[in-house]
Design a protein around this ligand. Structure first.
Ligand code: IFM
Length: 451
């Protein structure tokens, strides 16, 4: 079970990394971490499968050295992680948590000691509950609160980072969490959504200002993209796919790169947007050093005229699916990267900051033969290579995820890791996909030393 691609198929400076996020692995019960809106969301019946929480997760808080050894032993050159706002500022503002600061200080050193490039994300979804009480992403003040938190992290570890992203997946922070209601805070309200869709970008803008003022290098943001296909050739279905594309893909990247929101989406959302939002667009579109792209799948949309705007629904596609029921569609990654360069990012470097799949992995005779995941990585890397061969400036690829972890509203049942985690014992077992990466990156001579 090997990748067909070789390390030498990519330029020597191309970065291969593994990615994680704080709440999904650390264990929020440890180290005087504050309560986040994910703790309260998960404590509310019906929100998360089996009411699972991030309280213990992968106990990375205590096991980060072992986990970083795994990153290095696979031959990865970089590690993407996030700091938890509620671990650093338990009340969201005010006095930092000494244990939290110490943890990230030690983590940054431990990443560097292993020769890995640290890629930091400042917000991967654990909004402090005290700020949620004040309206969270609906409140314009969130931008200032986020800037203050950013300043603390910048001063603590900013100068040790290879690159810093402000926010992970603004579509999830806003639409998934305030319109669909599937993520914390679980709202279903179009006005809340419009505000969150703007404030998340304003918070990004304020954080970039703080990071630039602190001379932190390589600043970006991480967006998720989902290739959108119409369910049929009808005008109605084509328009439905365009609406989905506008909300999911175009809204955020157009604001960041061109300083405007797509007119076809703003037509409806304008009535709910915060007053004076246009005055923020220059700050939102301030130059970045790179763009992070998370890509997993495509969606197929049809018109749903009896539903209120955006009047669309997803239909099941014919392609093989992952354990998330997501179609495996590497061409969508190629199409996304090519489109980004053509329509939005030009020569701005792109990093694929997440790509991977969940599967129903089982340990048999001490090994996990996750063949489908190896093929998934191989085919998506081939899509990246196709795009780079055509001149799209993709500088790196991070596998999601290093470890099996807390898959948000789906709890621990969906396993995305290169490394299997037994949540009872916290034992880590590298899967065949981990070994395939290791052989691709450093060959059979690379030895795994987990000291
Ligand atoms: O687990 C998530 C991650 O937190 C954000 N991007 C998508 C992943 C898989 O759903």
């Amino acid at each position: 079970m090997d990748m067909t691609l070789a390390r030498t198929d990519f330029p020597a400076e191309f970065i291969f990394g593994a990615a994680t996020a704080a709440y999904q692995i650390e264990g929020a019960a440890h180290g005087n971490c504050g309560v986040s809106h994910w703790d309260t969301f998960a404590a509310t019946p019906g929100n998360v499968v089996n009411a699972e929480t991030g309280a213990l997760a992968c106990d990375h808080y205590h096991r980060f050295c072992e986990d970083l050894d795994l990153v290095r032993a696979a031959g990865f050159g970089a590690y993407r992680f996030s700091t938890s706002w509620s671990r650093i500022l338990p009340e969201g503002r005010g006095t930092p948590n000494r244990d939290g600061l110490d943890f990230y200080d030690r983590l940054a050193d431990a990443i560097l000691e292993r020769g890995l490039k640290p890629y930091l994300t400042l917000y991967h979804w654990e909004l402090p509950a005290a700020l949620s009480d004040l309206g969270g992403w609906r409140n314009r003040d969130v931008a200032g609160w986020f800037a203050d938190y950013t300043e603390i992290v910048a001063k603590l570890i900013g100068d040790r980072m290879a690159a810093v992203a402000t926010i992970n997946e603004p579509w999830c922070v806003s639409w998934l969490s305030h319109f669909i209601g599937a993520h914390a805070p679980g709202m279903r309200d179009i006005r809340a959504t419009a505000r969150a869709m703007h404030h998340v970008l304003l918070a990004h803008a304020r954080a970039i200002e703080v990071l630039r003022a602190n001379a932190i290098p390589k600043l970006g943001i991480v967006l998720n993209f989902e290739h959108a296909n119409p369910a049929s050739n009808s005008d109605a279905d084509i328009a439905a796919a365009k609406r989905h594309d506008g909300i999911y893909n175009r809204w955020f990247v157009q604001a960041l790169m061109h300083g405007t929101y797509p007119a076809d989406i703003l037509d409806t959302l304008a009535a709910h947007m915060p007053t004076g939002f246009n005055d923020d667009m220059a700050a939102i579109s301030a130059p970045l050093d790179w763009l992070g792209v998370n890509y997993y799948t495509r969606s197929i949309l049809r018109d749903a005229p009896r539903q209120p705007w955006p009047s669309l629904e997803a239909v099941e596609g014919p392609l093989p699916k992952t354990a998330m029921d997501w179609e495996v569609y590497p061409d969508g990654l190629y199409a996304t990267l090519s489109r980004l360069k053509r329509d939005y990012t030009g020569d701005l470097p792109i990093i694929v900051t997440e790509n991977g799949m969940a599967s129903d992995d089982r340990i048999e005779d001490g090994t996990i033969a996750d063949r489908q995941r190896i093929a998934y990585f191989n085919d998506h890397l081939a899509a990246v290579m196709r795009a780079t061969n055509e001149g799209v400036p993709v500088g790196g690829y991070f596998a999601w995820s290093l470890l099996d972890n807390y898959e948000w509203a789906l709890g621990y049942g969906k396993r995305f890791g290169l490394v299997h985690v037994d949540y009872e014992t916290q034992r880590r077992t590298p899967k065949a996909s981990y070994e395939a990466f290791r052989r691709m990156l450093i060959g059979d001579s690379g030895t795994i030393s987990l000291n």
